[in-house]
Design a protein around this ligand. Structure first.
Ligand SMILES: Cc1cc2nc3c(=O)[nH]c(=O)nc-3n(C[C@H](O)[C@H](O)[C@H](O)COP(=O)(O)OP(=O)(O)OC[C@H]3O[C@@H](n4cnc5c(N)ncnc54)[C@H](O)[C@@H]3O)c2cc1C
Length: 379
């Protein structure tokens, strides 16, 4: 049976208290002003959250994936955008571990200290779900690579000090894809800001790369093998973002339950009516089932189990969809007040929608790939 150990319970409690005290009061501010919360990133760094998955050599915590999930879930209860930032720090940080010593030494300690954020740039206007269709190229010229192309809808585009960019290094093959690190201050980079429905503190944008020269040692991992290198990282990201969505939904459900206990209609508390009870009880049940799926996925990814890919996909799918439903129901319980911007519910819903949309690739993959092949082997 899945159970948190003593150390994980302590981490859950301390991150909960930290996030409630330090993150919750300003969560709405960053959303309304669309600002990146640098001062909170530094505070999260002080308690080790920005380097949860990174090696101790660079100042990281070397936490296992389940512990990382526990921490991110608690952060997401009080500030969804901060949880997305932490997920980004840990995911791009782990990708850099495949890079040169110079890149690791230049960036990993700063990520851990909350002074640096990197973006992962894969998507292009004509290559979203079909990621092998990317057109951005990196051409080798003696000791450099010259990068040309456009990346779309990239989280942290405007604030990142560097980008881990997915590029074609063999234009004749759909698999000829590599990862290359591009420092944000190199000549030839143009960033165009995008405004999104949710994730408003994450400085979303398009990145144009025109004859950008980077040293050949900026290649991350082996040439033409980015897709296999990315596999475990993508699995982690899927399961963790599922849990982030559920953390936000858990908070919404707790608030709705309190409201149902206190709000009186027709002479008695709202929660005394079965219609409301059934909705809240069903949401609680679905939420717990989805959380367990995410933790199971994290456990299997950590073990490098054969079925990890399938569970990561399921975790992301059930996480996003359950969270959306739970927050939507919480809004209904609050009635007109739930729709108001006085309450955080509309922000929760917008942020969770970002997880659902950003995972569109995943739905396609589930439909056609990972799960489709398993359940419908003849298609
Ligand atoms: C908030 C946000 C943040 C993002 N951050 C990043 C980032 O940091 N880095 C990055 O690289 N990208 C990022 N993205 C881009 C994201 O990865 C893409 O939006 C996603 O991969 C889907 O691609 P697309 O938008 O081109 O949709 P499309 O590929 O055009 O798909 C459109 C719709 O069709 C469906 N679909 C596609 N193919 C099939 C099929 N074969 N069968 C059935 N249905 C199908 C999809 O599920 C989707 O609903 C972000 C997106 C969002 C919304």
């Amino acid at each position: 049976m899945f159970e948190l150990n003593e150390e994980q319970r302590l981490i859950q409690k301390s991150v909960h208290e930290f996030a409630k005290k330090e993150l919750a009061p300003k969560a709405s501010y960053w959303d309304v002003h669309e600002e990146f919360p640098w001062d909170l990133v530094k505070k999260m760094a002080e308690i080790g959250l920005t380097g949860l998955r990174l090696p101790a050599f660079y100042g990281g915590m070397e936490a296992d994936l389940v512990t990382t999930g526990i921490a991110l879930e608690e952060v997401a209860r009080f500030d969804h955008n901060c949880a997305i930032i932490l997920c980004g720090c840990n995911i791009t940080g782990k990708l850099l571990l495949h890079g040169s010593e110079t890149i690791k030494n230049n960036y990993l300690p700063d990520i851990v200290k909350g002074r640096c954020i990197l973006a992962f740039a894969a998507m292009e206007s004509e290559a979203g779900s079909d990621i092998r269709a990317i057109k951005t190229t990196a051409k080798r010229m003696k000791n450099t690579y010259v990068v040309n192309g456009e990346k779309s809808m990239i989280t942290f585009a405007e604030v990142a000090q560097g980008f881990v960019v997915l590029v074609k290094t063999d234009v004749k093959s759909r698999e000829g894809i590599s990862c290359i690190f591009v420092e944000a201050n190199r000549p030839g980079i143009d960033i165009q800001r995008l405004q999104g429905f949710g994730w408003r503190a994450t400085k979303w944008g398009n990145i144009a790369l025109s004859d950008v020269q980077v040293p050949a040692e900026n290649l991350i991992g082996e040439k033409n093998s980015a897709l296999s290198m990315l596999k475990p990282t993508v699995q982690e990201q899927r399961a963790l973002t599922g849990l982030i969505a559920l953390g936000t939904a858990k908070q919404a459900l707790g608030e709705a339950v309190e409201y149902a206990k206190n709000r009186k209609v027709f002479g008695k508390p709202l929660g005394k009516f079965e219609g409301i009870q059934f909705k809240l009880v069903e949401d609680f049940t679905q939420l717990q089932a989805a959380r367990l799926t995410c933790f199971q996925a994290l456990h299997l990814i950590q073990k490098n189990a054969a079925e990890a890919s399938k569970w990561a996909a399921m975790a992301n799918l059930i996480g996003g969809e359950t969270a959306y439903r739970v927050v939507n129901d919480a809004m209904d319980v609050y009635g007109g007040l739930g729709y108001s911007r006085e309450l955080p519910l509309e922000r929760y819903l917008r942020d969770i929608k970002a997880i659902q949309i950003a995972s569109a690739t995943l739905k396609m993959e589930i439909g056609q790939g990972i799960l489709g092949k398993e359940f419908l082997p003849y298609t």
